[in-house]
Design a protein around this ligand. Structure first.
Ligand code: 6PG
Length: 506
């Protein structure tokens, strides 16, 4: 390839970067890649060569930012797949030093904090066009079709749109099911792409952050169901995998249920024991679940099951302390479920997972709605659910129903109030309550499943004990309260230390 012939410059050839580059190449884009780590560039070239099977290479690499800019057509389209945080700014400043111009576009595809993206767009204004695209789908998604959540400058979007539509995951228009083909050189071109413009800068990464919060809760709840089956039902990992495979044929059908079955039916190559039994029970996290929980607290939008999922990971890391506590702290004797009741308990867990999952999505979409209101974003919730139907980690059959709910009412105030979901929970909640109660009576922790149930019950309660709470606040801090029999804006205070405790209007 001669100078200035590449369509796209790509910086960062780690796992996600390499796979996105090969996906772009499959779709006919000429990419020039740069990475400070030459081994990564070599691995990329090797992979490209292997996949090309003797045909000319589709990807080229370079040794510097200056060379990258020389090899890519102007105005440049540069995609970054570098770790979130300081590396993004470092690359932007190196690109500017190398001669990047004001009409060149830089697209950040990392898991950046959304406020950093807003900040960057401002900082780089007039120097480059800073655009973002949050990517979900892990390694395989990046290679054969991720879900993409772009946001930022409209002109940049007009340039990047055809590229993202080409490489994104696709769903069948009629059935809403993913169209998957995991073959290098044979990208899926038919169907609806899972890439849609989300809104102004920051909104795409906010939506992806909430996606990850939902991902945390969804994963945690599947783990809780596994835990009950493993302990109270004494089931072997392979038996639980079979249950998950069965669940995957119904409304719980999802990528996460599928991979959970895969993990559970895999044997450790060293001991030949179930792999899950040799994996240490300390969960890692990179921070996006935490950001979602923090944002929910800041916005004042309850997302307790997402927060519980983050806490569950934190508690899991305190293995030494938990091991000590296990010797000292008492709980109920675990009652093994009799074999003839196994099916019934499994059905309860199924429904618990289903109802709790609805609540988690209700929390996530509510959070996006409130954040959008605060930021002045016009988010299209039906479309967000649609672009999560394929490619991303939380892809699930269920997302079609969410999209339908927002099509029926784009201003829906909470997913639980959509008739379809109202009815689903009405039909399945008895089992959910039973599953949470049994686990609790047996001393098996189910923090996400039970917090979702508490969310549901609090959400449908007209009179919460916040009246007493307001009384407490007024007692010690004169924080005032509103009365049920007066307009809410009128505030009252009781003079608690005065005889007769008279009330005054403030
Ligand atoms: C995705 C994933 C991806 C990644 C996260 C979660 O949508 O493809 O969410 O972004 O798996 O980084 O990582 P942690 O579990 O380590 O926080």
């Amino acid at each position: 390839m001669s100078e200035s012939q590449c369509d796209i410059g790509f910086i960062g050839a780690g796992v996600m970067g390499k796979n996105l580059i090969l996906n772009l190449a499959d779709n006919g884009y000429r990419v020039c890649a740069f990475d400070l780590d030459h081994n990564r560039l070599n691995a990329l070239l090797e992979q490209d060569k292997k996949e090309c099977g003797g045909l000319p290479a589709r990807v080229e690499t370079c040794n510097s930012y200056t060379e990258l800019l020389a090899k890519v057509k102007a105005p440049h389209l540069i995609i970054l797949s570098v770790p979130a945080g300081a590396p993004v700014d470092d690359v932007c400043s190196k690109l500017m030093d190398a001669g990047l111009k004001a009409d060149d576009i830089v697209v950040d595809t990392g898991n950046s904090l959304w406020t950093d993206s807003v900040e960057r767009a401002k900082r780089y204004e007039g120097k480059l066009i800073f655009f973002t695209t949050a990517v979900s789908g892990g390694e395989v998604g990046a290679r054969f079709g991720p879900s993409l959540m772009p946001s930022g400058d409209r002109y940049a979007w007009s340039r990047i749109e055809p590229v993202w539509h080409a490489i994104a995951a696709k769903v069948d228009k009629a059935s809403g099911q993913p169209i998957e083909r995991f073959e290098p050189g044979s990208p899926v071109r038919e169907g609806e792409p899972c890439a849609a413009y989300i809104g102004p800068i920051g909104s795409g990464h906010y939506v992806k952050m909430v996606h990850n919060g939902i991902e945390y809760a969804d994963m945690q709840m599947i783990c809780e169901a596994y835990h009950v089956m493993r302990t109270a039902l004494g089931m072997a990992p392979e038996e639980i995998a079979e249950v998950f495979r069965e669940w995957n044929r119904g409304p719980l059908n999802s990528y996460l249920i599928n991979i959970s079955a895969e993990v559970l039916s895999t044997l450790d190559s060293v001991t030949e024991q179930p792999l899950v039994d040799v994996i240490l029970d300390r969960a890692g996290q990179k921070g996006t679940g935490l950001w979602t929980a923090m944002s929910s607290l800041e916005v004042g939008c309850p997302a307790p099951s997402i927060a519980e999922a983050v806490y569950a990971r934190s508690l899991s890391t305190r293995k030494v302390l938990r091991t000590r506590a296990a010797q000292k702290l008492q709980g109920p004797e675990l009652t093994q479920v009799a074999a003839e009741q196994r099916e019934e308990v499994i059905a309860q867990l199924h429904d618990a997972l289903y109802c709790a999952k609805i609540c988690v999505y209700a929390q996530g979409f509510d959070l996006m709605k409130l954040a959008a209101r605060e930021q002045g974003w016009q988010l299209n919730f039906s479309e967000i659910a649609r672009i999560w139907r394929a490619g991303c980690i939380i892809r699930a059959v269920f997302l079609q129903s969410i999209s339908d709910a927002y099509d029926r009412d784009p201003k829906l105030s909470n997913l639980l109030l959509d008739d379809f979901f109202t009815q689903q929970i009405a039909d399945h909640q008895a089992n959910w309550r039973q599953a949470v109660a049994s686990a609790t009576l047996n001393g098996i922790p189910v923090p996400a499943l039970s917090s979702a149930l508490n969310y549901y019950d609090a959400f449908r309660t007209v009179s919460l004990p916040a009246n007493l709470l307001q009384g407490q606040r007024d007692y010690f801090g004169a924080h005032t309260f509103a009365r049920v029999d007066q307009p809410e804006q009128r505030k009252y205070h009781v003079q608690w230390s005065e005889p007769g405790r008279p009330m005054v209007e403030i």
